[in-house]
Design a protein around this ligand. Structure first.
Ligand SMILES: NC(=O)c1ccc[n+]([C@@H]2O[C@H](COP(=O)([O-])OP(=O)(O)OC[C@H]3O[C@@H](n4cnc5c(N)ncnc54)[C@H](OP(=O)(O)O)[C@@H]3O)[C@@H](O)[C@H]2O)c1
Length: 292
């Protein structure tokens, strides 16, 4: 007999077929979608996503295409701007290709303002909901350049062009140095979340102690071994869910706001439906224990 406490269950005892109309507890990621970006953003909104993650980094994102998808969804009456959580990022020149959204000769403060102005134009809005530093300038710690960028981002927030601020691709060291440098803590941390690194346990703990919302990305692509693991496949079979749904339900259970990068309509539906999947405490502990 299986241990019943170990089994996840669908709330209301059934996998939802219809999505609630305003899910903001999942972000739809728009990286690497190139020419398919407008249609996929419109599809994601049609399927029920209300949070969109992008970046003003043409190398990996087609932000103007995100704006085209939003405009199509507005025209079709699927959503209004007020229904949405829009997040974009400022990316240092070293993370970009030649298609820069700012003057490379300008100071980083000016680059932040130019990047934001360009994002607002791409997205057809006068403000975003979250503006994220895509990655600090050094892997080793929070630098003076990062502090200058963060100050410029705060000015964008104070001018009403973003509601909230965030940082991405950060270590615990970056975050500790950032906040001890008398800098205001971010509202969001967005990190690639590896199970083998304890699902980024240290950074998640830092976030939960300060009410910072942790956004986990590449939850599937960074954790292929977890999706195949008997603990996860067993839970999936017993809950009549997919392993990907178990991973997203786990992420939510430990306080993450998950980001999904799917381009597939069925996967979009499954990802959103995972918000109705409740995992037992034992199941959450077992998945957490898969970590190194
Ligand atoms: N801050 C940063 O530096 C940074 C870096 C990377 C990504 N991100 C953000 O995170 C987003 C997601 O990243 P990711 O693409 O690595 O995420 P992911 O959701 O882990 O991976 C998506 C891949 O998994 C496949 N997949 C299979 N089953 C799936 C299911 N049920 N649901 C979703 N995907 C499924 C997808 O294929 P199908 O298309 O066939 O479903 C796709 O190839 C990006 O779009 C971007 O917005 C941020």
């Amino acid at each position: 007999m299986p241990d019943r406490s170990f089994i996840g269950s669908w709330q209301n005892n059934a996998m939802p077929t219809q999505q609630p109309s305003s899910i903001r507890d999942f972000l739809y990621g728009t990286a690497w979608k190139e020419d398919r970006t407008p249609a996929l953003v419109e599809l994601a909104l049609r399927m029920g996503f209300r949070g969109i993650d992008t970046a003003n980094q043409r190398r990996h994102y087609f932000e103007a295409g995100v704006g085209q998808g939003l405009a199509a969804a507005y025209r079709a009456g699927i959503v209004t701007r007020a229904d949405l959580f829009l997040q974009t990022k400022f990316t240092y020149q070293r993370g970009q290709d030649h298609r820069l959204p700012y003057d490379p000769a300008a100071s980083v403060s000016i680059q932040v303002a130019q990047s934001m102005a360009s994002s607002l134009e791409h997205l057809g809005t006068d403000h975003v909901d979250s503006f994220v530093l895509h990655g600090p300038s050094s892997g080793y710690g929070w630098t003076g350049e990062d502090a200058e960028v963060w100050e410029a981002m705060k000015k964008e927030r104070d001018a009403g062009r973003t509601r909230l601020l965030g940082v991405s691709n950060v270590s615990l060291r970056h975050l500790e140095q950032m906040v001890t440098g008398a800098s205001e803590a971010p509202g969001f941390v967005q990190n690639r979340c590896y199970a083998r690194l304890g699902w980024d346990r240290e950074v998640r703990l830092f976030c939960s102690e300060r009410k910072i919302v942790y956004q986990g990305f590449s939850l599937l692509t960074a954790n292929a071994e977890v999706l195949r693991h008997p603990v996860v496949t067993g839970l999936a079979a017993r809950a009549k869910a997919t392993p990907a749904q178990i991973v997203f339900a786990f992420a939510r259970s430990v306080g993450m706001l998950p980001v999904t990068g799917t381009s597939d309509a069925e996967h979009m539906k499954q990802d959103l439906a995972s918000t109705g999947l409740a995992l037992s405490n034992d199941a959450v502990r077992a998945i957490e224990a898969l970590a190194g």
